[in-house]
Design a protein. Structure first.
Length: 360
């Protein structure tokens, strides 16, 4: 039996029905008609900084890589990624430029920013960007730690705000993960599996930098808009599920081998509540680019065609895991479709589902 088959057939975690019911939130708009849905406008994605191939990084870290580590790195499915240039307020400046590009002449009432890290612990990134969107007053929301489900989370928040909203998602994580890699190289000791440094090493090769922004509006503006329907979310069913994947206060990552199995079981639970029996009705599955094994696991478990997940695999290969920017990058690189299902998988543990309709 392959490792992937072992994961898919692993003993299920016991979810008490009352706990599942308490942790599942179905959207009140889940049954809304297409004409009444909100829009995603001016979706803009940008890879940030300098391109680095996996081979270049392996050569840089060759002194600390065991043969096993090299195999695991190759199995991530990442061939290249981009890293932002470090500097004073560099993250803020990258995001300011994107805000101006996305807005053009559009007036918004709200600003929603989701970010893993920014140039300052406090204030968050949102207050540093508010002056970039014009002179009009806006409501400002700063989200932190929504990680790989940032797009579904921000869309859900936007549904509850009045007026058009500019959303910016910052997926720049190299100041966190690449610093850890540099520290490991400085130690000059081979990193072995099951050590505290193993996850940090793998994450350094998995993640890349990117930013994305879009405008949420209740009114369609062009045939290039996407309409969406947030279906529901499920978060941390069992009290300590979140300990299967987290980044601590020292910005050091932790992840258990069980996290993918939990994500699949969360997906099952959410699909059951939403009465989704299979995923064949969707032209595309906009799946988070966690790593190659995650894409393969979802493809096998839910009998997906490769054409349904090819954009997720493309983004992973060329940009790496972009945390909160993964889903918008996948959406941007998805070809023609009428109806797609976006699946956000995040530390927390959290799974979100959003239906996306191409209005072209």
């Amino acid at each position: 039996m392959s490792k992937l088959s072992s994961i898919l057939s692993a003993k299920r975690i016991v979810f008490k029905d009352k706990e599942v019911k308490a942790r599942v939130l179905l959207s009140p708009k889940a049954d809304s008609q297409l004409d009444s849905l909100s829009c995603i406008q001016n979706l803009t994605t940008k890879s940030i900084g300098t391109k680095f191939t996996t081979q270049e990084m392996k050569e840089k870290a060759s002194a600390i890589l065991s043969p096993k580590a090299k195999v695991h790195i190759d199995r991530l499915g990442v061939k290249s990624r981009y890293f932002a240039k470090a500097g004073h307020e560099s993250i803020t400046e990258y995001c300011r430029q994107l805000v101006k590009e996305t807005l053009e002449d559009h007036k918004v009432t709200n600003l929603v920013v989701a970010s893993e890290i920014s140039d300052y612990q406090t204030p968050g990134l949102a207050p540093l960007l508010v002056n970039s969107i014009g002179d009009n007053f806006v409501n400002v929301f700063n989200l932190q730690g929504t990680a790989c489900s940032s797009m579904p989370k921000t869309l859900k928040l936007c549904e509850n705000l009045k007026g058009d909203t500019l959303v910016l998602i910052n997926g720049i994580t190299s100041p966190m993960y690449q610093k850890t890699l540099d520290d490991l190289i400085q130690k000059n000791e081979t990193v072995v599996s099951k050590s505290d440094d193993w996850v940090a090493l793998i994450f350094a090769f998995l993640f890349g930098d990117g930013i994305t922004s879009f405008i949420h509006s209740d009114t369609a503006s062009s045939r290039h808009d996407y309409k969406f329907k947030h279906l529901g979310q499920i978060t941390n069913i069992n009290t300590y599920d979140y300990k299967n994947g987290y980044v601590d206060n020292q910005l050091f990552p932790h992840a258990s081998k069980n996290i993918m199995n939990i994500a699949l079981q969360y997906t099952d639970a959410l699909m059951e509540k939403l009465k989704i029996e299979n995923l064949s009705d969707y032209d595309k599955i906009i799946l988070h680019t966690g790593r190659q094994k995650i894409i393969d696991a979802y493809k096998q478990k839910y009998n997906l065609d490769e054409s349904q997940v090819e954009s997720s695999r493309f983004v992973l290969e060329h940009y790496g895991n972009l945390t909160g920017c993964s889903l918008p990058f996948v959406l941007q690189n998805t070809g023609d479709f009428k109806k797609a299902l976006m699946i956000g998988i995040s530390m927390g543990v959290s799974v979100d589902m959003v239906e996306v309709f191409n209005s072209e």
